[in-house]
Design a protein around this ligand. Structure first.
Ligand code: BGC
Length: 344
């Protein structure tokens, strides 16, 4: 009797199990449970507006594709970034995505990750000589070209320009500057002075304007490494009643930069479709985690200083007051009422 009751309970349990097994939800739950892809992401910082968008789109795309993402903020501290990568390695994640603070300082960590079978994506900024699994960014050389071309369109051929660049440890910076310099050289625009802002600290660019009044009075245009720098520069210019008098360019299409452009104190910015970058990076992270080859027309190779590595370089777009609506508003990047907030 006891045995038959046990047999009954057992078969009832089996029946229950097979019923729930037939439902798609439970089946996929268990298979996902076993194979859940884990991605670790280490950002330089979130001071600049764009990085929050990069993070949000990356995380939501990766989640849709069945992965979990652990996001860490290194707050501009390279030692902290190294610790975060070590933490991800110890945790045994499948892929680590890095917006590096210093393009030359993470070789050891990348090597360790590789030895642990973890894939590495250099996001937006190259990690040099490290043989990462993917470097995905915008065409930084083109960003610089677009900046110089904006000056040309303002009739500055043969003029004098000032170059206030970004962090000297960010490999994007020399690329942007090379593009800028090449166009300047071609059209005889003289770069009268240039500096770099450590850690992308915008106050360094602003301070330059205050402390070099003669140079500022002498130049026809100012190139800023990004919109955050441009913001400080324009504020400093406005104190000297020069805002809107000297063309200033930046990059990122930060909301405030777009506002300045339609108000007339900034000449142009470079819009980089961050959503596309983040989405594509997330797709590639999943493929790499599954051990798949990266495929797509956008994938080429680039040399990182020592190795040829897979590369995706998206095109940036120059934005001025003329195409603000077409590029920024129509794409949904910023809302029209936000961009034209003070310009009415
Ligand atoms: C990015 C820029 C950004 C800057 C500061 C660069 O590497 O390309 O878009 O403004 O870093 O975060």
């Amino acid at each position: 009797m006891k045995r038959s009751i046990t047999a009954f309970i057992l078969s009832a349990l089996l029946l229950l199990a097979s019923c729930s097994g037939a439902s798609g939800e439970t089946a996929s739950d268990s298979s996902q449970g076993e194979e859940q892809i884990e991605i670790g992401m280490s950002f330089d910082s979130f001071v600049i507006e764009r990085w929050q968008r990069d993070r949000d789109v990356f995380v939501s795309t990766a989640k849709e594709l069945g992965a979990t993402v652990n996001v860490q903020n290194a707050n501009g501290d390279i030692e902290k970034q190294k610790e975060q990568i070590e933490y991800f390695i110890n945790k045994g994640v499948d892929v680590i995505v890095i917006v590096c603070i210093d393009s030359e300082s993470l070789r050891e960590q990348v090597e360790k990750a590789r030895n642990a079978g973890i894939k590495i994506i250099a996001y937006d900024r190259l990690i040099t000589d490290s043989n990462v699994d993917l470097y995905i960014t915008f065409d930084n050389y083109m960003v610089g070209q677009l900046m110089a071309e904006a000056f040309l369109r303002n009739g500055l051929q043969g003029g004098k320009v000032l170059m206030l660049g970004g962090s000297p440890t960010d490999n994007n910076v020399p690329l942007v500057e090379a593009g800028f310099r090449d166009v300047c050289a071609k059209y005889r625009m003289e770069i009268v002075d240039s500096i770099h802002c450590d850690g992308w600290r915008a106050e360094i660019a602003g301070d330059y304007i205050y402390s070099h009044p003669e140079t500022v009075a002498d130049v026809d245009a100012i190139m800023c490494g990004n919109d955050n720098l441009a913001g400080q520069v324009i504020q400093a210019l406005s104190v000297q009643r020069l805002a809107g008098e000297i063309p200033v360019v930046g990059q990122d299409a930060d909301l405030e930069a777009c506002q300045r452009i339609v108000e007339g104190t900034q000449t142009m910015t470079v819009y980089k479709p961050f959503e596309r970058l983040a989405k594509r990076a997330a797709e590639c992270a999943i493929a790499l985690a599954r051990g798949e080859e990266l495929t797509g027309d956008d994938i080429t190779t680039i040399n990182d200083g020592s190795f040829d590595i897979p590369y995706i370089g998206l095109d940036p777009i120059a934005v001025t007051a003329e195409n603000m609506d077409e590029v920024i508003i129509n794409s949904g990047f910023h809302l029209k009422e936000d961009v034209y907030l003070y310009a009415r």
